[in-house]
Design a protein around this ligand. Structure first.
Ligand code: FMN
Length: 195
């Protein structure tokens, strides 16, 4: 067994998504990169995103009470990085990155056309955590590009085609997802049988 080296208290975590959060409503809309993100409830479907207090995104989310989560493909990693390097108070980042805002179904906040998977969220709670704020949003609608799902079975998202961007914090690296290994809630059954 390998020897462990202590790294101390740390927020290093990997792999995680690097999502594009759209906030605000035309003409006051904005996009920012967020890697502190995760699903925190299934009923109702809820996503948590953590934002530092100075983010323009947080200001707009508080003003409009909603946001959208847009999952980029790996090929968009430069645009994603750009959206994490500058503040939306200073420029229209969607325009500068060549990203197209399109109407959501249930939020006034737009979704991003170039991102294959999108979630529309209404804010339900906020929790202050030091310099950061955890914002919880109920996911009221999701959408996916037609060519990335089996339209006769909507459970079958083609992950290889979505090719979601992967981020590794601390080392600050973008990766792509790699190859499928097996089925969730299935692969472990081999071990279950042995017990
Ligand atoms: C890969 C990556 C991940 C990031 N994750 C977060 C995050 O989870 N929360 C956050 O507040 N900022 C995060 N940032 C920084 C913001 O995207 C950045 O401060 C941005 O300028 C905020 O834009 P805004 O002020 O227009 O909202 C991340 C940046 C990068 C490049």
């Amino acid at each position: 067994l390998p020897t462990k080296i202590s790294l101390g208290p740390s927020d290093a975590f990997f792999p995680i998504p690097a999502a594009l959060i759209v906030s605000g409503v035309e003409p006051k809309h904005n996009v920012a990169t967020v890697a502190w993100i995760g699903i925190v409830s299934s009923t109702p479907p809820t996503v948590g995103i953590s934002l530092k207090k100075d983010r323009y995104t947080l200001q707009l989310i508080r003003e409009f009470g909603e946001f959208t989560v847009n999952i980029p493909s790996a090929s968009l990693f430069k645009e994603v990085d750009f959206c994490g390097l500058t503040h939306g108070r200073e420029r229209d980042k969607l325009k500068a990155a060549g990203l197209t805002p399109i109407a959501g179904k249930l939020t006034k906040t737009p979704i991003i056309s170039e991102c294959p998977y999108n979630m529309e969220c209404k804010v339900t709670q906020e929790l202050e955590l030091g310099d950061w704020v955890l914002v919880l949003g109920e996911i009221v609608e999701t959408s996916i590009d037609e060519d990335k799902i089996d339209t006769s079975n909507l459970a079958k998202i083609d992950i290889a085609t979505v090719d979601p961007l992967v981020y590794c914090a601390k080392v600050r690296q973008y990766w792509s997802i790699g190859k499928k290994l097996g089925e969730g809630f299935g692969a472990g059954k081999d071990i279950l049988k042995e017990k």
